[in-house]
Design a protein around this ligand. Structure first.
Ligand code: ATP
Ligand code: MG
Length: 137
């Protein structure tokens, strides 16, 4: 089995879509192995998105991610990384396939409702960023 990190971003929480999104994961056969709600500080958001620090949208992205609470989960299952990204849809909601989270719920590239790890290697780093070993089941 494989694990991936998911974040329901502040816009998803503001729109009351936590249950909607978690249900999509479970319906697709992914098991929720860890789960928490948190309000990230600006510094925590910057640390998480450190790989994007040179990108022009870094300030906007980290301001947005620290605007309100998020729901962070670890999803487990066969091909969890790819399966989650398929459920999420393209980064730009306008280009996302029908039936994906971003097509159905997101409004813009900046506010695109969910984050998902892009590789198993990055997933391991992202999971360790938010969860202690004892919080993983
Ligand atoms: P995520 O990493 O959040 O799962 P992603 O892997 O689809 O999304 P990345 O290229 O890793 O996309 O970009 C990280 C995040 O930065 C995007 O989800 C989006 O919120 C934001 N972002 C990317 N491109 C832009 C842009 N041109 N303008 C504003 N925000 C952007
Ligand atoms: Mg990414």
């Amino acid at each position: 089995v494989e694990r991936t990190l998911s974040i329901i971003k502040p816009d998803g929480v503001e729109k009351n879509k936590i249950g909607n999104i978690l249900a999509r994961f479970e319906s697709a056969g992914l098991r929720i192995a860890a789960l928490k709600m948190a309000h990230l500080s600006r510094a925590e958001a910057e640390g998480f998105y450190y790989v994007h620090k040179a990108r022009p949208f870094f300030g906007e992205l980290t301001e947005f991610m620290s605007r309100g609470p998020v729901v962070i989960s670890v999803l487990e299952g066969a091909d969890a990384v790819a399966k989650n990204r398929e459920l999420m849809g393209a980064t730009d909601p306008a280009k996302a396939a029908p039936g994906t989270i971003r097509k159905d719920l997101a409004t813009s590239v900046g506010e695109n409702t969910v984050h998902g790890s892009d590789s198993a290697e990055n997933a391991a780093w992202e999971i360790a960023y938010f969860f202690a070993g004892s919080e993983l089941t």
